[in-house]
Write a protein that binds this ligand. Structure first.
Ligand SMILES: [Zn+2]
Length: 680
């Protein structure tokens, strides 16, 4: 078998050459040449999804040593569109970036964003989020787009499935990925751009082997390990990474997609991977996080308020040369854009410096010593200013970021959004409200007794202080065995409310559990005592992350701040995306509001809308259902509600034009739910 991939390639566009291999592990240093520059490995590629690395100038990236940027085919083909790249002479001219660009194929987004409509042998048809038109993404279309964008390295279209997918699903996806890889390679034709294939196979070693060997037999310029960092644990990822890397051709670059933290990267280099991309450096910077030689710093901490030290004494980046921790702390606390930019600049520099150190150690064959040294420190928090575990009670903070603890006159505590004054669970203790409104109404206990193979999936939209998710966890843990698996996927863009409640868990006793601490530390939790019970955090704005969960929902807890604090969460567009994410399944959405605007938006998005039970000071709440989920005992809004709506002064969202209003009216009046109920 080995002969297949040791054969010299017919056309090597990258002229990949290994310069050194580390003794005692798979690490290697290499050099290759793209259409724009020479590239030294191992390397980290900053992510520029929208043809920009968030908050960073191209010049900064060049100075920091970025050799390749990653851009996102899916997003760029929707906006600005391929014609712009054709007319502007490609992405390099367009964004004024003189070094290399790698474009992903769009495969990951297609299978994770909720606009996916159908998948056939030909390709995937999805709906544009900019104008709603259907778009076919086939291997040929993806390569055509990447040729128009003009990247140096293109990725073949693949079908990505959750790493926890079962074997039949994973096999089918892998086999389709191989057929698409062959078509992508053919579609590349005589373009001078390089192309990589993506090995799939979830967590099944036999599939991973078949995928690596199958793709290695084709004339690709490099190979990616795909389908990781989508739901598996760290050690599973490392095992599969090592196993797959070992099967891929030794004379071509190996790229681990979407990974990771500095420690993850160090581990993967050790296992023979050459290339990495990840949004972490700029994403954590936005929240005040920096990686340093003395551990991970959270700049919001008050300990830096008077610190005239540099971020990292060992760093020579522009941020460290010029600014104090005190200033960066201030910029972070005030959420100034400059803070995000300066911290991002440092983090990117830190990643590149780590890769340069790794490379130098491989070249001098001292990698294992470096690996042991870095491994011990890369995951540490600030070594010089450790967070004190034992704090006197009085010093406990009652506020964090945009949140503070609010104590109701009834005596229970909840979290208040300082800026808007909105209180989560204002009149009923958080867990009690979570149970009544979300757990009981969704019949969770009953559904966990269903005889289904896969786990039940809850999308917990707006994690907040974790009450809804913990109520679901408690429901599973108290269920009678055998109980179906339960996977909770929480979406949240600001973990401060959970953090604040967690620190004060004498007032939020439901958080005294292993799950919330794992969510805060690692973003994921798997129950050790209740098999099949798992919880994953998807950080970021829900409008952007809705599609990144590989699990379609069965139940949605929709607990976002109200329209006055978070208008975007209650628009028809937001609910249309959610409706699409339901993918024709039976799904129930539960939310605390009973506002007409929210109900109309839900109806317009295609949901059936029913009255939910009241809670606290609300006489009723709202249940939205996909057509498949409607049952006889749901109290659907009927003719009386419609009559009231027709007379309402706030029939439409404020920003609709007259034409849109009449289109809306037609949709609402023609909604199937009223045809049935109001037909007499
Ligand atoms: Zn620095």
């Amino acid at each position: 078998m080995r002969g297949i991939w040791q054969k010299a390639p017919l056309t090597s566009r990258l002229q990949f050459q290994i310069e050194a291999r580390a003794t005692g592990c798979g690490a290697r240093a290499a050099v290759f040449r793209t259409l724009h520059n020479e590239v030294l490995t191992p390397l980290f590629m900053p992510v520029g999804t929208q043809a920009t690395v968030k908050a960073q100038l191209p010049q900064t990236l060049e100075d920091a040593g970025s050799q390749i940027l990653l851009a996102n085919t899916y997003h760029l083909l929707l906006r600005p569109g391929l014609d712009v790249f054709r007319r502007m002479g490609g992405i390099h001219e367009f964004m004024s970036w003189k070094r290399s660009v790698l474009t992903d194929s769009g495969g990951y987004q297609i299978f994770s964003l909720p606009h996916s409509r159908s998948l056939t042998e030909e390709g995937a048809v999805f709906q544009s989020y900019t104008d709603g038109r259907p778009i076919l993404l086939s291997p040929e279309a993806s390569i055509g787009a990447q040729v128009a964008i003009g990247s140096d390295i293109m990725m073949a279209l693949d079908q990505c499935v959750a790493s926890t997918a079962d074997e039949a699903v994973a096999r089918a996806a892998m086999e389709l990925t191989h057929r698409w890889a062959a078509r992508s390679l053919a579609a590349r034709g005589d373009s001078p751009q390089a192309i990589f294939a993506i090995a799939q196979g979830a967590l099944f070693p036999e599939l991973r082997r078949e995928s690596a060997l199958g793709l290695a037999g084709m004339d690709f310029d490099g190979f990616a390990i795909g389908g990781l960092a989508v739901g598996e644990g760290k050690s599973e990822r490392e095992d599969i990474c090592a196993f797959t890397a070992g099967l891929l051709p030794a004379d071509k670059p190996r790229y681990l997609m979407g990974v990771g933290t500095p420690l993850d990267i160090l581990e993967a280099v050790h296992r023979g991977v050459d290339m990495f991309d990840c949004i972490i450096p700029t994403q954590v910077a936005q929240r005040g996080g920096v990686f340093t030689s003395r551990g991970y710093l959270q700049l919001r901490r008050g300990v830096y308020k008077f610190s005239d030290e540099k971020l990292d004494p060992a760093c020579s980046c522009p941020t460290c040369r010029r600014y104090s921790r005190a200033y960066l702390h201030h910029l972070t606390k005030t959420r100034e854009t400059l803070g995000w930019q300066l911290l991002g600049k440092h983090n990117i520099h830190f990643y590149h410096q780590l890769m340069r150190d790794i490379r130098a150690s491989i070249l001098s064959d001292t990698f294992l010593a470096l690996y042991r040294e870095k491994r011990a420190t890369l995951h540490e928090d600030d070594l010089d200013n450790p967070v004190l575990v034992q704090k006197p009670k009085k010093a406990k903070r009652q506020a964090l970021g945009n949140y503070e603890i609010h104590t109701a006159w009834e005596g229970f505590s909840s979290i208040r959004h300082i800026h808007s004054g909105e209180i989560m669970h204002s009149r009923t203790p958080p867990m009690e409200e979570a149970r009544r409104l979300y757990v009981e109404q969704s019949r969770l206990a009953e559904r966990l007794r269903e005889q289904e193979a896969g786990p039940l999936v809850i999308w917990d939209v707006g994690l907040g202080a974790g009450a809804n998710a913990m109520a679901a966890v408690a429901c599973h843990e108290s269920g009678e065995k055998p109980v179906r698996g339960l996977h909770i996927v929480s979406f949240e863009n600001d973990l401060d409310s959970l953090r604040l409640a967690f620190r004060n868990n004498d007032q939020f006793r439901y958080l005294r559990h292993s799950a919330p601490s794992a969510i805060l530390k690692e973003g994921a939790w798997r129950s050790k005592t209740h098999p099949g019970l798992a919880w994953t955090l998807v950080p970021g704005d829900f409008s952007e992350t809705a599609g990144t969960s590989p699990f379609a929902p069965d139940i949605i807890f929709y607990d976002m701040f109200s329209g006055k604090t978070n208008a975007g969460a209650w628009t028809p567009g937001a609910f249309r995306r959610l409706f699409a994410a339901c993918r024709g399944r039976s799904v129930g959405l539960f939310t605390y509001t009973c506002s007409t605007a929210a109900r109309v938006a839900l109806l317009a998005a295609g949901f059936h809308v029913a009255r939910g039970r009241g809670t606290g000071d609300k006489t009723e709440t709202t249940i939205a259902l996909t057509p498949e989920a409607v049952r006889a005992d749901h109290e659907l809004l009927a003719a009386d509600w419609l009559e009231k709506w027709k007379r309402s002064s706030a029939r439409f969202p404020a920003d609709l034009s007259a034409a849109e209003q009449s289109a809306w009216e037609e949709v609402i009046l023609g909604h199937p739910q009223f045809q049935h109920h109001g037909g007499g």
